[in-house]
Structure formats: C-alpha cells, structure tokens
Design a binder for this molecule. Sequence first.
Ligand SMILES: Nc1nc2c(ncn2[C@@H]2O[C@H](COP(=O)(O)OP(=O)(O)O)[C@@H](O)[C@H]2O)c(=O)[nH]1
Ligand SMILES: [Mg+2]
Length: 238
Amino acid sequence: MSDKNEQEIYRIKELESMNLSTENNRELVIKTGKAVSRENDILAEKINKNLVKNNVKSFDIVGAIGAGKTAILERIIEKISNDYRILVINGDIVTRIDADRIEKHGAKSIQINTGRECALNAYHIHQILKNQDLSKYDLLFIENVGNLICPSEFFLGADKRIIVVSVTEGEWVVEKHPMLFKMSEIAVINKIDLAERLRTDVNKMINDAKMINPNIKVITTSAKTGTNIDILIKNLNL
Ligand SMILES: Nc1nc2c(ncn2[C@@H]2O[C@H](COP(=O)(O)OP(=O)(O)O)[C@@H](O)[C@H]2O)c(=O)[nH]1
Ligand SMILES: [Mg+2]
C-alpha cells in the first residue's frame, strides 16, 4: 500500500471515530445496536427451537484466540464420534484451518469466515443450518471466532455456552472478562499441563469464575494430555 493510501485510510478511521463520539450519532448507534441485537435474539430463538425439534443438542464455544477451543473439540470428538453424529461450525475471520482439523476426527465441519466481524451471530448460523438436514445429527458444536468480548453480544441459538480460557492467558483473564462467564454454563480452564511451569494460580481462576457466576461448572483440562476431557464430556449431559 502506498503511503498516500495509508494516510487516507487513517483519515477515514479518524473521522469515523470522531462522528461516533458526537452526542447525536452516539444515540443513533445505541438505538441501532439494540435493534440489531433484538433481531438476532429472535432468530437465535427460532434456531434453538428447530434444533430441539430435531433432537440436536447444541453448544456455543467461546474463548480467546489460541485458548484451545479447537483442540478441546478434537479431543471430545475423538472420544464420542462413534456414539453420536456430530456437526461442527467453525468461525474464523479467514481460513478453513479449524474445519480441516476437526474433519480428521470424525465429524462433519463447516467453516464460516466472518471477514471483519469479531463474533458469529445468529444470521451466520441460520445461513448454514437452513441447508442442513438436521435429522442427520445428534450434536452441534459451534466454535465462535476467537475473542473474549464480542461474542457476548450475540446469542446463536445453542442450548449451552462453554467458555474456554487457558492458563497461558494469565490468572487475571477470568476477572477481566466477567460478561462471558456470567453468560456461560460451563467454564473450561485449559492447558493445565503448563500451569506449574508458568506458576499460574489455577485456584484463583476457578474461584473468580465461581464468584462471577455461582452456577457455572468449572472444569480444568489439558487438550494436550487429555486430562479431564472425560469430565467435560460428562458435564455436557449428552
Ligand atoms: N500445552 C498445551 N497446548 C495446548 C492445549 N490446548 C491447545 N494447545 C495448543 O494451543 C494452540 C492453540 O490451540 P487451538 O485449539 O488452535 O486454539 P483456539 O484458537 O482456541 O481454537 C495449539 O498450538 C494447540 O496445540 C493444552 O491443553 N496444552
Ligand atoms: Mg480454533
């Protein structure tokens, strides 16, 4: 990109953020945001009804980039793909790396690339599920785009949300991101094989999650060694 083009892009970005910060525009942005969120929730409810009608149990997996969402799914699928017919939707900005990883373990996987969007929304899921014969599946796992903030704004229509954090993100990661812990049924603290070496206080992470959401089930795992993947599967209540 030439210097001139780059300067132009920065100028546009500056103007965008200046506009958002004026009182009138802010109100419009908030109003529009609320309307979008309401539409999303209506569609999410429809998606869930349809999944339930077809006896498909569904899970929305959220967490930062690199927390181990795909690795945990690989371990789960390895263990249960003989007993359940599984569909996985993988969300990423670009590439179909995760879908290719999942497919090697015995589940059908579909990749969605969101481009600039930092989370999946119900419309993405609807676009995919409307072309699927849901009677062919028992379980749906949705791996959301790697992000600890944006996914809290959009329900996808899954029965349960699972938040995955890892000890490599530091022991403060839970208390810094309360929203998604409030909105999840299961919290996975992954990469415990590295906890000792990093001297991460895993108990603090567990306690923080329970303090934020007393009803959340917290499970410590290692997708690398397979530790506690069985316990995680048990807690899915399949
Ligand atoms: N040591 C260790 N590495 C892990 C574990 N889980 C995932 N990883 C590694 O962490 C990296 C990111 O994992 P990935 O599943 O792609 O994370 P995602 O972005 O959340 O889907 C990969 O190199 C994995 O092999 C774990 O429990 N222990
Ligand atoms: Mg992934």
